[in-house]
Design a protein around this ligand. Structure first.
Ligand SMILES: Nc1ncnc2c1ncn2[C@@H]1O[C@H](COP(=O)(O)OP(=O)(O)OP(=O)(O)O)[C@@H](O)[C@H]1O
Ligand SMILES: [Mg+2]
Length: 264
């Protein structure tokens, strides 16, 4: 069923789980990204760029791990792809628009509607119960409280969080808090979820659980996933790995990966 006939290029099979990956309009595409920090003009005092001309394609529904030494530009790349940082040069194409050219306001709306985020420490609001933390992005986007709560609640059981809805973040374990952060990242059904070392504060077992939930939920909703990690065991949950070195892509194996999710 999931077998793809390479001769059938003219008429893609109507399999909903494979179709998105074959529609380039739904990919996130970066071209020749350059990022130089702390330079508004052409100061010769600037150091080497944090990104020195990076091309990346994250196909719809695909998960990519970004790996590389400390300071190599992983977080910078993630922030530029996600519209958090505006690059010094290059394009980030998403649904027919260049994110790099958008106004700050447009990028704020885009981040709220199209993208989800998971950080190393969940960045949950400590005074709000877990369920309200998850519902919040929807409410900020104008969804009614009751609908937002309902959609948030529906994510607790699949993430193994049933019964923890009323707990505050300080009353959750690290792994539980990260699963709440995953729910929050996915509640608005984003096209892409960006995660910067989402398991960085967790032990190996908990980190595998978190990655299992993250990749499963992303696959279920059709979201692409970009995960920065130092951990090869975390990277194995993704379809492919981009290796960054000195602000450039050293190797990328996304397209070459034959059996996505082989770690599962
Ligand atoms: N806000 C900033 N201002 C100036 N330079 C920065 C800033 N953020 C990052 N840099 C520099 O850009 C380069 C890439 O940093 P980045 O944070 O992207 O690395 P990283 O690969 O995420 O590292 P780590 O694994 O330690 O998180 C580094 O040389 C860093 O010092
Ligand atoms: Mg980083």
């Amino acid at each position: 069923m999931s077998h793809h006939d390479p001769t059938a290029t003219a008429a893609p099979a109507p399999d909903p789980t494979r179709d998105p990956a074959q529609d380039p309009a739904r990919d996130l595409v970066a071209r020749d990204l350059v990022m130089t920090y702390g330079r508004s003009g052409r100061s010769s005092a600037a150091g080497p760029p944090a990104l020195g001309g990076v091309d990346v394609t994250v196909r719809a529904g695909e998960s990519v791990a970004v790996m590389g030494p400390s300071g190599s530009g992983k977080t910078t790349l993630l922030h530029v792809l996600a519209g958090i940082l505006r690059p010094t040069g290059g394009q980030v194409l998403w649904r027919g628009r260049d994110i790099a050219r958008m106004s700050d306001r447009e990028r704020t709306v885009l981040r709220r509607r199209d993208f989800g985020f998971v950080f190393q420490q969940g960045m949950l609001l400590p005074e709000l119960p877990a369920i309200e933390n998850v519902a919040l992005p929807l409410m900020l986007d104008g969804v009614s409280r009751s609908e937002a709560s309902g959609r948030a609640a529906a994510l607790f059981a699949p993430l193994g969080l049933a019964g923890l809805e009323k707990r505050r973040p300080g009353e959750l374990s690290g792994g539980q808090a990260q699963r709440v952060a995953i729910a929050r990242a996915l509640v608005a059904r984003p096209g892409v979820v960006f995660a910067d070392e989402p398991t960085g504060a967790l032990d190996q077992t908990t980190s595998a659980e978190v990655m299992q939930h993250l990749t499963r939920l992303a696959a279920h909703t059709g979201a692409s996933l970009v995960v920065v990690t130092h951990d090869e065991n975390v990277a194995r949950w993704c379809h492919g790995v981009l290796r960054v070195r000195d602000g450039r892509i050293a190797t990328g194996t996304v397209a070459a990966q034959a059996s996505p999710g082989s770690a599962r």
